[in-house]
Design a protein around this ligand. Structure first.
Ligand SMILES: Nc1ncnc2c1ncn2[C@@H]1O[C@H](COP(=O)(O)OP(=O)(O)OP(=O)(O)O)[C@@H](O)[C@H]1O
Ligand SMILES: [Mg+2]
Length: 504
């Protein structure tokens, strides 16, 4: 018997039609530890959590809580909550049209929503304590994704909990916000809470976690103390093969190929949006991969949204291959060969009820026109090609996208834009939520597209990813372009200094 174990899952099995999501998995959580649950996209992490929290009934195995020798019965999320198990899911499951306070208290059996004044005051107190930049009476939907995520966490930790589960909570947070979350996690750990932490960020695992459990294809690979498992070994356990490190993938050739004196593929002058960014100039050349960087909220996504016509543009000129064009809406951009993978895929990307196949061919179909649908065979051929290329884990191309794991849904949306075969591709956080093996594959793919003469703009919160793929970085701060870095300036220190700015 493991001393201090507050949760023991034994021999857990879970099957979906055609998928063995979990096969005899053991998992042990101690009180006062932060325990990483790791594995590739589709390994079964979210499913294990959903079984634990009563979202899915299990097909085998037992769950023990505390010292109990009799298995616990967790048949609904409410049961789990009553037993002190709180969860923040990978997909934000709050209601955007309710207020922040309502979202924090709704559906909590112990404290019914009768006293609005009390509720708002209490919410304000919690928001302050956790340093979350939101107001109790504000509509949740008006907060950034990062803030919504933090509110979901606030909701979870405010409930009396012994076990806190965080399924990829940091994927939309910037560095400072992650630091705040870690402080919060360490406080809870001190108080004896056991925390299950799912993430694809290896550095974060080594920063806060005590132990790691690795899953692969629905099976347990092993449980390790963090000190005993160096990074490279962790990665090879996740992938089930040796991993030829994550060294430089960009070659000299990738950078030298670009002719900065040629007519840009896309060029904007004094482009002025309505979303708070300052007018900016921007150009990208044939075969170039460049990127916008800056803290979350610095305006990096707003810039690319203005380029694509996703947000209203009120002034400025745009030239494509030297010709003046007007881009007022996304369709204008698409017709000019510009495609955009948005940051908030839940809102702007995934059509949950459609199949993987239909989600993949969507953009191409839009460009062709809905009155000229692709034949089933053609659509299937497209879908199969990209399922293979991006290693998308799905029972078939006919499966509804919503039953895929988070990272695999992400890959489907990426496939959609690759299939559209744009001249200029804008990718906002394309590898968020994607496991490390596939991440490198996507980076290589971006460089390959560039080598074929395409232009790509890349946004990522992970600096090393930007350094590995981009030849030029545009640095943003407070809605303004504050620097442009190339060549030897593309290193962690210079970028961070530019983001932070000199003493002013
Ligand atoms: N509701 C569902 N219906 C059918 N299949 C499902 C369902 N939920 C999950 N699966 C399948 O179970 C497997 C495990 O998925 P799970 O979501 O647990 O992966 P994960 O480890 O959380 O991956 P990620 O890192 O991408 O979030 C996947 O093959 C997935 O397609
Ligand atoms: Mg998941």
């Amino acid at each position: 018997m493991d001393q201090n174990a507050i949760l023991k899952m034994r021999g857990i099995c879970k099957y979906f039609p055609g998928v063995r999501a979990l096969e005899g998995v053991d998992f042990t959580l101690r009180s006062g530890e932060i325990h990483a649950l790791m594995g590739e996209n589709g390994a079964g992490k979210s499913t294990l959590i959903k079984v634990l929290t009563g979202v899915y009934p299990k097909d085998g195995g037992e769950i023990f809580l505390g010292e109990a020798t009799n298995p616990a019965h967790i048949r609904s999320p409410q049961d789990a909550q009553n037993l002190g198990i709180s969860t923040v899911y990978q997909e934000i499951t709050l209601c955007p049209n309710l207020t922040v306070a309502e979202n924090m208290f709704i559906g909590r059996s112990s404290k019914p929503l009768t006293n609005w004044k009390y509720m708002n005051a209490k919410a304000t107190e919690i928001l302050q304590k956790l340093d979350i930049p939101a107001k109790a009476k504000q509509q949740l939907g008006s907060c950034s994704i990062a803030v919504q995520q933090m509110i979901a966490i606030a909701r979870a930790v405010d409930m009396e909990c012994k076990v806190l589960i965080l399924d990829e909570p940091t994927s939309s947070l910037d560095e400072q916000e992650v630091a705040k979350l870690f402080t919060l996690m360490r406080n809870l750990k001190e108080k004896g809470v056991g925390i299950i932490f799912v993430t694809h960020f290896l550095e974060q695992v080594y920063e806060v976690c005590d132990r790691i459990t690795v899953l692969r294809d629905g099976q347990l690979v092993g449980e390790y103390v963090i000190e005993d498992l160096p990074r490279v070994q962790l990665v090879s356990k996740m992938l089930g093969k040796d991993f030829d490190d994550m060294a430089e993938i960009k070659s000299e050739e990738d950078t030298n190929r670009i002719d900065y004196n040629s007519t840009p593929v896309y060029e904007a002058k004094a482009l002025t949006g309505t979303t708070g960014i300052k007018p900016f100039d921007f150009a990208i050349h044939e075969g170039e991969v460049n990127g916008f960087t800056g803290l979350l909220g610095s305006g990096r996504s707003e810039c690319v949204r203005a380029i694509y016509g996703a947000d209203r543009v009120i002034d400025g000129t745009v030239r494509i291959n030297g010709e003046n064009v007007r881009i007022r809406k996304p369709l204008d951009a698409m017709r000019n060969g510009i495609c955009y993978l948005p940051e908030d895929r839940k809102r702007d990307g995934i059509v949950g009820d459609l199949s993987v196949r239909d989600n993949i061919i969507l953009a191409l179909q839009v460009m062709k026109g809905f009155f000229r649908p692709f034949s089933r065979a053609q659509a299937e051929a497209f879908a199969d090609e990209y399922i293979k290329l991006l290693n998308i884990k799905t029972a078939s191309s006919n499966t509804p996208i919503k039953s895929l794991s988070g990272g695999n849904q992400q890959k489907v949306i990426l496939a959609r834009w690759l299939l559209a075969n744009p001249v200029y591709l804008i990718l906002d956080e394309p590898t968020r939520g994607i496991d490390i093996g596939t991440k490198v594959e996507i980076q290589k793919l971006v460089l390959k597209l560039a080598a074929e003469g395409k232009s790509v703009t890349f946004i990522s919160s992970e600096l090393d990813e930007m350094i590995r793929t981009c030849s030029r970085l545009i640095v943003m701060r407070d809605g303004k372009v504050v620097g442009e870095l190339k060549g030897s300036e593309l290193n962690q220190n210079t970028i961070m200094e530019t983001i932070a700015g000199g003493e002013s």
